[in-house]
Design a protein around this ligand. Sequence first.
Ligand SMILES: *Cc1c(COP(=O)(O)O)cnc(C)c1O
Ligand code: SF4
Length: 357
Amino acid sequence: MQEWINQLQNIVNTKEKLEKFINISPEEMEAISSMKTKWGTTPYFASLMEPDDPNCPIRKQVIPNRLEQQNCYGLQDYLIFKENRAVGEKRPDCIARQYHDRIAFTVTDICAIYCRHCFRKELVVDQDLALRFDLNEGLDWIREHSEVRDVLITGGDPFILSDDKLDRIITELRRIPHIQMIRFGTRTPIVLPQRITPELMEILGDFHRVPIWINTQCNHPNELTEQTAEAVFNLLKCGINVGNQAVLLKGINDDVETFRHLHQKLLSVRIRPYYVFYCEPAPGIDHFRTPVEKGAELIRDALRGHTTGLAQPMYVIATNIGKIPLMPDYYIQEKNESEYILRNYKGQTTTLPVIRD
Ligand SMILES: *Cc1c(COP(=O)(O)O)cnc(C)c1O
Ligand code: SF4
């Protein structure tokens, strides 16, 4: 049996299985036994947990917390609102649209980790949303919409699908003349690097008019291992660039040190930081959320100027009207008749003449 399938069949989702990896804290134990919620991850990812530290950033992403039952700020039916499912043009359930030229195509609700902070929790964790993920319906819709040039395949985790299904989706999309690029959002390079098999590399590997791009999700430097480095290298060998979409998570990556280390370490395994998302107002994840300003402060204090330019993600919030940048705005300190006064990361200033149109 292939190791990635073995990993999925042995998913760590019970107290007994979790005990093989960590000493479960009383709070964790209480949450696991009292809450009816889907949780779990691969044995590989569970092996990265700190056995004796309940504050471990990986434990917090995997193990349910009683705080999920409190909800002050989260919006019910968040996903319906966020993905504009109730308004506007008629679309199949698997197609989410916020832009003219690109769409998100949801192909499964299964994951290799059920992230406690997931904004799609209502769909993938609680399974409250009965949506149909019909590949043919989605592909037909895309064929009929010639303005769509970029298809972002998402889930759940699309790399949980079999090689045959992935092959079919890629082949069908590449046959559509108006499709210029295919993107996958998958956490497998982080939580299930074994998924990047020689067979999958074969499917992804050919040079083609329509390139494939991948964005993964890594939120803390402890998630990055040799295995991930190798999986990413193998994807690059197939001509696929790998980016990261982190989520700003309170108590996990919202301090200067961790935030900088995360972005430096991503580059060291050849993953290019793309976005840092503000943790969205989905229900039951209040305890992961910071003030909006926090992310901009971290970019200012941990990244811009402080480390490699390639390590700089764009800080955004994903909303029902698209992604909105929330980057720090200290750079242009002042503008007068004749010049701009520009500020750098150290607080030093310089000037630039104003050019009139
Ligand atoms: C995030 C998202 C996209 C892609 O946005 P980019 O900024 O191009 O990465 C497209 N469609 C939907 C519905 C999305 O949520
Ligand atoms: S892998 Fe993605 S879709 Fe699945 S639970 Fe985590 S954040 Fe949500």
